[in-house]
Ligand binder design. Structure first.
Ligand code: ASP
Ligand code: MG
Length: 421
């Protein structure tokens, strides 16, 4: 019997499970890589995904509070750091964690290579501090593919890219999510898994509503509204990107094996079974009341700043709008420059009821306002979209409104989870 024949047969016979040839992008948030022990655990998780047969790309955030520490350090040195230099500084956090994860992977006898956003081909516009990804360039992608072909795990530093004028940029807070989704789209990955310190997306913040349910599925549109209105689990832009490119997102815990929440196209469960996906809130909202300027001038000046206006309330008199709290300085500068008469409404929080089923089921607004009336709450400003009703109340009434609405829409019931039938 020839040696070759003897060896070939068992090799073929043991290879019964079809290999998983798809690509997976796994993203780990800052709390998941907060210390050396956790970094080793993330490495093990990536290696397990690789051994299951996939082509694996890992995207990591900076360790723990590293980004905040770097920002604070910059401010200790300079009261208003140059945006270009600030990006150069804070992009370092993700390079640190990404290199450390690659080292830990090598110790598990698996090859890995870490890349900066720029090396991975992530090209952005030129807006420092909140750059938008405009392209994932071919040479970077080719490099990733080559490493994957060589059986390596590829680590990419999240939150950063290189601008069209060759400066290092960052993508805004929480931007590693966007890196992961952009890579998943560019690599046509099967899914983008977002590993974090919570179990998924909930019907409300479990710290306020202890019996809030973990949602099994949420549509892109719902997740966009949720991310824009207080659900901090995913960066807004990453959801936008996922929707535009049809990337399936799975938000799940780093610390358990459990399924989390899938973010996908809208389906029957969302439209008929559990029409409301959740009640979100924010405790701090910057709402501006402006007089003496032209609407069009105001919003184009804000857009140029750039401040992304969230809610605009139509009134006959003053212009009312809200904008991210982080953009307070820029917003004030624009209002001053235009010579507007303005003030910021203090002490307001926002509560939003969100659900894809709203489009086809009347009565959600009726139930929302009846609930508020029963609670003795007077919503101050109301803003709606086809799948959202949002309103402002004083900060100290936010909790009561969230709890009351969560009850009114029976979001603690098993049906609210939208599990598979
Ligand atoms: N490290 C960055 C931040 O803290 C980006 C991220 O975590 O996604 O915002
Ligand atoms: Mg995050």
């Amino acid at each position: 019997m020839s040696e070759t024949a003897f060896e070939i047969v068992p090799a073929v016979e043991t290879d019964e499970a079809p290999p998983h040839v798809g690509t997976l992008v796994l993203k780990f948030g800052g709390t998941s890589v907060a210390d050396p022990e956790k970094i080793r655990r993330v490495a093990a998780r990536l290696v397990a995904a690789k051994r299951a047969g996939g082509r694996v790309v890992g995207v990591v955030s900076a360790m723990g509070q590293h980004t905040d520490e770097l920002v604070a350090l910059a401010r200790e040195v300079s009261p208003r750091p140059e945006p270009r230099e600030l990006d150069m500084l804070i992009s370092v956090g993700e390079r640190v964690s990404c290199a450390l994860v690659a080292m830990a992977i090598s110790d598990l006898d698996q090859q890995a290579i870490s890349l900066t956003g720029s090396q991975a081909g992530i090209v952005t516009d030129t807006v420092h501090g909140k750059a938008k990804i405009v392209e994932v360039r071919a040479p970077g992608l080719a490099r990733i593919h080559q490493a994957l072909d060589e059986d390596k795990i590829v680590l990419v530093a999240g939150f950063q890219g290189v601008s069209t004028d060759f400066n290092i940029t960052t993508l805004g807070r929480g931007g590693s999510d966007t890196t992961a989704v952009a890579l998943a789209a560019a690599l046509s990955a099967d899914a983008c898994e977002i590993y974090t310190d919570v179990d998924g997306v909930f019907t409300a913040d479990p710290r306020i509503v202890p019996d809030a349910r973990k949602l099994h599925a949420v549509s892109y549109e719902e997740m966009l509204e949720m991310a824009a209105s207080g659900a901090r689990v995913l960066a807004l832009r990453s959801v936008e990107f996922a929707r535009n490119h049809g990337v399936k997102l799975h938000v799940r815990s780093t610390f358990t094996e459990e399924t989390g929440t899938w973010i996908t196209e809208e389906d029957e469960r969302m439209l008929e079974k559990a029409m409301i996906s959740g009640v979100t809130h924010t405790l701090e909202e910057a709402v501006y009341r402006v007089e003496g300027v032209d609407r069009a001038d105001l919003f184009s000046a804000l857009a140029e700043a750039p401040v992304s206006v969230d809610t605009i309330i139509q009134t006959d008199g003053p212009i009312l709008f809200s904008a991210p709290v982080e953009d307070r300085e820029q917003t004030a500068a624009v209002l001053e420059r235009l010579g507007a008469k303005w003030n910021e409404q203090d002490g307001l929080g926002k509560v939003s009821v969100i659900g894809a089923g709203m489009k086809s089921h009347p009565g959600i607004a009726a139930r929302t306002f009846a609930t508020l009336r029963d609670l003795g709450l007077e919503p101050q400003l109301v803003a709606t979209s086809p799948i959202k009703i949002a309103f402002y109340v004083p900060q100290d009434e936010v909790e009561r409104a969230v709890k009351g609405l969560h009850d009114a829409f029976e979001l603690s019931s098993a049906d609210a989870e939208r599990g598979h039938a």
